[in-house]
Design a protein around this ligand. Structure first.
Ligand SMILES: NC(=O)c1ccc[n+]([C@@H]2O[C@H](COP(=O)([O-])OP(=O)(O)OC[C@H]3O[C@@H](n4cnc5c(N)ncnc54)[C@H](O)[C@@H]3O)[C@@H](O)[C@H]2O)c1
Length: 269
């Protein structure tokens, strides 16, 4: 399994990864687990989740918890957080990866599709952010007399935006709006969770080689690759390596409220 950090960087930690059944989420879960984390895998597809769990366990990492759940289902999100806490006693990190696209120009876009895209990206990110804080981090803060949690424990959230949040993209009114909102909400969460000593950042990828790009077609993908400065689209492992680096307090312990542009130079801020 790919390792990018020091061995055992996340030993003894528990992380929740949404959208873990395939694509970037699967690679993020493998990467965090490869560095020692017990990972809770969240997705709507139980069969694929079990395959990812077996893959990770077969690579010698801690055996992940499988949590088949829709990130837009408030009760289900509450249950995933509660079950993870019951199993491991703590949650150090959350990586909100789950996503969908329903691309269509504004004149052709249904309200149902608009709401579905907003819900998975923005509402799902909100629900996991709130639940982990309500069930775990805020109670720790209260028990500490409402004083900052300077206990040396690693705590983080990594959210997923996209280069198209800043660049715009035809057919993606909903997707770009949700990703722009996630970038703003990442900054608000960083401010609100500072006392919990939770570092909250987001990653904004350019095009990545996952099933999400399938709709674009081979020619479209090749054109996307050419429009980057590095001359190719990214592999999901490269996004996972970025997430692992942000999650590691030895590398990014002084960084919070930031948006990491991992876009091959497709868009320059
Ligand atoms: N692939 C790219 O080019 C690209 C570029 C920029 C940003 N992103 C972002 O990266 C993230 C991962 O994308 P990907 O390319 O791996 O996509 P993907 O389609 O390969 O995987 C997304 C996963 O999310 C899961 N999912 C969808 N709806 C869900 C729900 N309601 N509850 C739980 N799980 C749900 C899917 O089942 C799937 O396993 C997304 O947030 C996406 O917007 C991707």
């Amino acid at each position: 399994m790919d390792r990018w950090l020091r061995d055992g960087a996340f030993e003894g930690e528990t992380h929740i990864v949404t959208g873990a059944a395939q694509g970037i989420g699967r690679c993020v879960a493998r990467g965090l687990a490869a560095h020692g984390a017990q990972v809770t895998l969240v997705d709507v597809d139980p069969a694929k989740l079990e395959a990812v769990r077996d893959e990770i366990a077969g690579e010698g990492a801690p055996r992940p918890i499988v949590a088949a759940a829709d990130v837009t289902d408030e009760d289900a999100v509450g249950r995933v957080v509660a079950e993870t806490l019951e199993a491991s006693g703590c949650i150090n990190g959350v990586v909100n990866v789950a996503g969908i696209t329903r691309d269509a120009r504004i004149t052709k876009k249904s309200y149902a599709d608009f709401k579905a895209v907003m819900a998975v990206h923005l509402h799902g990110t909100f629900l996991f952010t709130r639940e982990v804080a309500v069930q775990h981090w805020h109670p720790l803060f209260k028990a500490n007399g409402n004083e900052p949690l300077d206990d040396g424990v690693n705590r983080f959230i990594v959210n997923f935006s996209s280069v198209s949040a800043r660049n715009g993209n035809i057919g993606q009114f909903d997707y770009t709006a949700a990703k722009g909102a996630i970038e703003s909400a990442t900054k608000t969460t960083a401010r609100e969770f500072a006392g919990y000593r939770v570092r909250v950042n987001a990653i904004a990828p350019g095009p990545v080689n996952t099933p999400m790009l399938a709709a674009v077609g081979e020619a479209g993908v090749a054109a996307m690759g050419r429009s980057t400065l590095v001359g190719r689209i990214a592999e999901p492992e490269e996004m996972a390596a970025t997430v692992c680096a942000i999650a590691d307090p030895k590398l990014f312990g002084y960084t919070t409220g930031q948006i990491f542009a991992a876009n091959g130079g497709l868009y320059l801020d």
